[in-house]
Design a protein around this ligand. Structure first.
Ligand code: NAG
Ligand code: NAG
Ligand code: NAG
Length: 360
């Protein structure tokens, strides 16, 4: 009797559970692996954290062992981190005094004039005179505001970003920097927001026929980053200048509103001297370190994602070189492990946060 009376109720409950189960699985599929709770992190004891940080800070550049560094950084992910305002202020004023990114990161009408003779970053015996034609391509003033950005995300292209679930955390930043026009189709891991993206002229040479042929594919690529500012090192190598100017003319021809600017070679040169003073002796700073330095100057709090220049992830599993491919760059040009050593030190001093592995 009871069953007959209640069968509609049972049927209703059954249907409700089917619908509910479907709803949950669809969310899970959408967010796939990105559902995790704070409770699952095993935090390290405070004393252990202090000891690791001290040990990293004490290690001089000549003495670090890559394997130890990797282990230490991995452990530090399970330690609380909050910015050390005093240490951050100190490095910010050093960088301002040396390099002044807020005014001089980019060549603008405010920091150059027609007829100025600009020296190339990497070939100090090569110059380019700012003609009226070049002057017209420049932004009026530096696009950065005077007030510090509160939270900045500097998103490297490292394979460690895959399955990191860092996308929503990155999108919550007030300013997001990215590198070399990266594919944006991994939003759960890398986010969607971009405020500044660099473009290496080599990508124009290799993938877009130096913009001498069809230019629409390149325009379609750029649209993905709207409304970000695109920044090209036009005056780092003499061979990069013409193709960089063609990016400007392409945007103009397609009546694009996208903003474009060129790195100031003096800024990059002064920055290289700043880091050389700290012991970095690579032939050239990576664009990673250039932008991290800029962010340290412009932001109250800086978090690095996808900066892990090793072929094995924090868990020891092999990872691709980039989150979107496994092409290995030419060796011997940058000193990635040394740069990583400095990031680890700054993480331990709570100047910047180095995010390795999953965001939670
Ligand atoms: C940076 O450059 C601007 C413009 O030249 C100048 O007004 C400002 O004082 C400079 N800042 C520092 C810290 O030198
Ligand atoms: C630019 O400066 C270089 C040396 O620094 C000089 O050789 C060259 O003639 C200058 N060019 C112009 C147009 O002033
Ligand atoms: C993302 O785009 C890149 C190139 O644009 C492609 O190689 C890759 O397969 C795409 N990945 C996904 C998950 O769609």
């Amino acid at each position: 009797m009871a069953f007959r009376r209640c069968r509609f109720l049972y049927l209703f409950m059954f249907l409700f559970f089917v619908a509910f189960y479907g709803f949950i699985t669809s969310i899970q599929e959408r967010a796939h692996y990105c559902i995790i709770t704070q409770g699952q992190i095993r935090w390290l004891p405070g004393r252990t954290c202090q000891n690791i940080k001290k040990s990293v800070i004490r290690t001089p550049l000549q003495k670090y062992k890559l394997n130890d560094l990797m282990k230490q950084v991995k452990s530090l992910q399970r330690c609380p981190w909050s910015v050390n305002t005093k240490a951050m202020k100190a490095i910010r004023s050093e960088l301002r005094a040396c390099c002044n990114a807020s005014h001089n990161l980019l060549v603008t009408k405010a920091n150059t004039h027609i007829g100025e003779n600009i020296t190339y970053e990497t070939q100090r015996d090569r110059n380019i005179v700012i003609t009226e034609k070049i002057y017209k391509m420049l932004p009026e003033v530096s696009p950065f505001r005077e007030k510090l950005y509160r939270r900045c995300a500097v998103v490297g292209n490292g394979g460690s970003l895959l399955n990191s679930c860092c996308g929503s955390e990155i999108d919550q930043a007030d300013f997001v920097f990215r590198f070399n026009l990266p594919p944006m189709n991994y939003s759960y891991d890398i986010g969607r927001k971009t405020d500044l993206v660099t473009a290496n002229p080599s990508i124009l040479h290799n993938s877009y026929s130096k913009l001498n042929a069809q230019r629409k594919p390149f325009m379609d690529l750029l649209k993905v980053y709207e409304p970000a500012l695109i920044v090209i090192p036009a005056f780092s190598f003499p061979s990069s200048t013409d193709v960089s100017f063609r990016v400007f003319y392409t945007l103009q021809d397609f009546e694009s509103q996208q903003k474009l600017a060129f790195f100031h070679p003096d800024y990059l040169m002064k920055l290289a001297l700043y880091w050389k003073d700290k012991g970095l002796t690579a032939r050239r700073l990576s664009s990673g370190l250039m932008i991290v330095s800029t962010a340290l100057e412009l932001c109250e709090e800086v978090t690095l994602y996808g900066f892990w220049p090793f072929s094995r992830g924090a868990t020891g599993k092999p990872i691709p070189h980039h989150y979107y491919d496994n092409r290995i760059p030419k060796p011997g040009f940058h000193a990635m492990p040394d740069e990583f050593f400095f990031y680890t030190k700054m993480h331990s001093k709570e100047i910047l946060k180095l995010r390795i592995g999953r965001c939670f």
